[in-house]
Design a protein around this ligand. Structure first.
Ligand code: HEM
Ligand code: SF4
Ligand code: SF4
Length: 527
């Protein structure tokens, strides 16, 4: 399983990097799959409502009404029909890519099981809705889909009478049955939408809207496709004949040839096994889990920054229980915490300057504490020589940092770059631990912990607390959001940055090398 995941991750990283040359960073479609899914869903809904106005829901006239839309009213109703079809295809593509990508990035196991497990019924319902849509056209493909799927359903003793009988002759097919199909085609997407709402309950601020430019480009492409290559029906259904050849739709119906070829009991068995495996995947071994974030009330002032920054709704604020003069305290739900460390990066008490007391922030990661990070930073810095020394902070999901270590470059790996309080940059530069600092990690919009890059950039730019202090020389700081495939690029970026660092030695000469005790105390308080 791990080998499959690693291979897939490599493919996704390469594809994301490739698309990164074509699209602006925030538009990269592979980094907006969930949001694109919603976008396609809205297009399907609006176009579906429009074509429903023209659609004759009786089995005998359904085909003609769709032909009318396609050929007579091609400019509006026909285009809406094509949009409905192509947006549905798009939905399947982005949904499947989204699912495989979450698997490849290992974002479905342990406490992250919820979004995965709720995604499985959504996937099933999207396919069922699409398949039921093909029936409504009532052409030869619809006839094929109807017969294969009803025969398949009849394998199970669900219905009193075999429903495939409906399709034995035109007289047997009642309009009531057809109306039931239309009802299903409308009800199933609504149920899927309700489950999608549940799907997002464990993530804060889910990205459900693609960037406007990407949305407009996708919409423009769909319109162009609809005009150049409009969706057409096949010949009308004729229950007196078995359709000789049907062009299968490979987005929604790829399993139909298999369902036709294999006995129903086998395909039901296979389907059930796949479903059970899909639902059980988050709990399949090897399960690894870092310990959840831990609150230390003695160092917490209830400022709520950790609560605001947590990407997984894992922190709640409750009334203070320790008698200190603060109103609130954070409580971490270990069943929701993915151990990303963003909360530790946001806590004002995560101050590397602290020497008078232990470096024990209000909230911290037991497996990678802020104190450990400071010790490691100092250790790496102590080993650096040369004129332009650089410290690189990066996360384990980004480029491989181990290859960068040299006489003048040291590296520190964190759970996520969002775990790094900006005060560390200040600490490194003001204490002359290095001449420059590089922060690196995943690609923009692709952070494993969702907001690690967003919060880091906002903190550096002073838009989010804790922000980087104004005194920190910005030309000594570089960010590189380039993802796991960017190791060699990062190496070049670091080299160039080191070369261009503004006369570090000159700055060192004009700066006291160690702050006084008074300065230290002030730094602790000034948070
Ligand atoms: C139409 C179908 C779907 C849509 C529109 C959709 C949409 C989304 C969105 C918007 C997010 C939040 C992304 C973010 O803001 O970071 C998300 C998260 C997620 N989705 Fe889906 N999803 C769909 C189907 C699925 C399926 C079929 C699966 C897998 C079986 C799945 C698995 C996940 C997982 C595991 C996450 C959470 C990732 C994390 O831990 O951050 N989704 N989805
Ligand atoms: S480690 Fe991440 S998920 Fe856990 S509480 Fe902190 S910010 Fe939330
Ligand atoms: S960010 Fe730190 S000080 Fe603020 S509430 Fe969270 S733990 Fe307490």
């Amino acid at each position: 399983m791990n080998a499959v995941r690693t291979g897939l991750r490599y493919c996704f990283n390469s594809a994301e990097a490739g698309l990164g040359h074509v699209f602006p960073a925030s538009w990269n479609p592979l980094l907006n799959l969930g949001a694109l899914g919603f976008f396609f869903y809205w297009i399907i809904t609006v176009s579906g409502i429009y074509i429903y106005i023209f659609f004759d829901t009786g089995v005998h006239n359904a085909y003609e009404s769709i032909e009318y839309m396609t050929h007579e009213q091609w400019y509006l109703a026909g285009t809406m029909r094509s949009l409905h079809r192509y947006a549905s295809d798009g939905l399947v593509v982005v949904m499947m890519l989204h699912m495989v990508r979450e698997f490849a990035r290992d974002r479905y196991r342990g406490v992250r099981w919820f979004s995965w497990v709720t995604g499985v019924p959504v996937m099933v319902l999207v396919f069922v809705a699409g398949i039921s849509g093909y029936w409504l056209v009532w052409d030869q493909l619809a006839q094929y889909v109807a017969i294969v799927s009803t025969e398949w359903l009849d394998v199970l003793p669900i219905f009193g009478e075999p429903i495939a009988r409906n399709f034995m002759s035109a007289d047997a097919l009642e309009s009531r049955f057809f109306t039931l199909m239309i009802f299903m085609h409308i009800a199933i997407p609504l149920i899927a939408l309700a489950i999608l709402w549940i799907h997002l309950q464990r993530v804060t601020k889910p990205r459900i809207n693609p960037p406007r430019g990407l949305a407009l480009s996708v919409f423009g492409a769909l319109i162009a496709l609809s005009l150049i290559h409009p969706a057409l029906s096949q010949a009308p259904a004729d229950l007196g004949k078995v359709p000789a050849f049907v062009g299968i739709d490979w987005f929604y119906l790829p399993l139909f040839p298999l369902m036709e070829a294999l006995p129903g009991s086998v395909t039901w068995g296979l389907g059930a096994c796949l479903l059970v495996i899909a639902v059980a995947m988050p709990w399949l071994p090897p399960l690894k889990r870092a310990r959840p974030a831990k609150v230390d009330l003695a160092n917490c002032n209830g400022c709520a920054r950790c609560f605001n920054d947590c990407p997984y709704n894992a922190i709640s604020l409750v009334a203070r229980t320790d008698g200190l003069a603060f109103e609130r305290e954070p409580v971490v739900d270990p069943d929701l915490c993915v151990s990303c460390g963003l909360c530790a990066g946001s806590c004002p008490t995560s101050m590397p300057f602290r020497r008078l007391s232990d470096l024990s922030p209000g909230i911290d990661m037991p497996d990678r504490t802020i104190a450990d990070l400071r010790d490691e930073t100092e250790e790496r810095a102590a080993g650096l020589n040369g004129r332009n020394r650089v410290l690189v902070f990066g996360c384990g999901h980004g480029p491989d940092l181990s290859t960068l270590n040299s006489r003048s470059v040291g590296t520190v790996t964190l759970t996520c770059i969002g775990q790094l309080p900006p005060a560390f940059v200040d600490y490194v530069l003001s204490r002359d631990l290095a001449d420059g600092v590089v922060l690196t990690g995943c690609r923009e919009n692709s952070c494993d912990a969702r907001f690690g890059i967003d919060w880091t950039v906002a903190r550096l730019e002073g838009r989010r607390d804790p922000h980087l202090r104004a005194r920190v020389p910005r030309d000594r700081l570089k960010t590189a959001w380039i993802g796991a495939q960017g190791t060699s690029r990062l190496s070049k970026i670091v080299d160039e940055f080191a070369k261009d660092l503004p006369s570090a030695a000159a700055v060192r000469r004009t700066r006291p090398t160690a702050p006084t005790q008074a300065t230290r105390t002030e730094e602790v308080q000034d948070v």
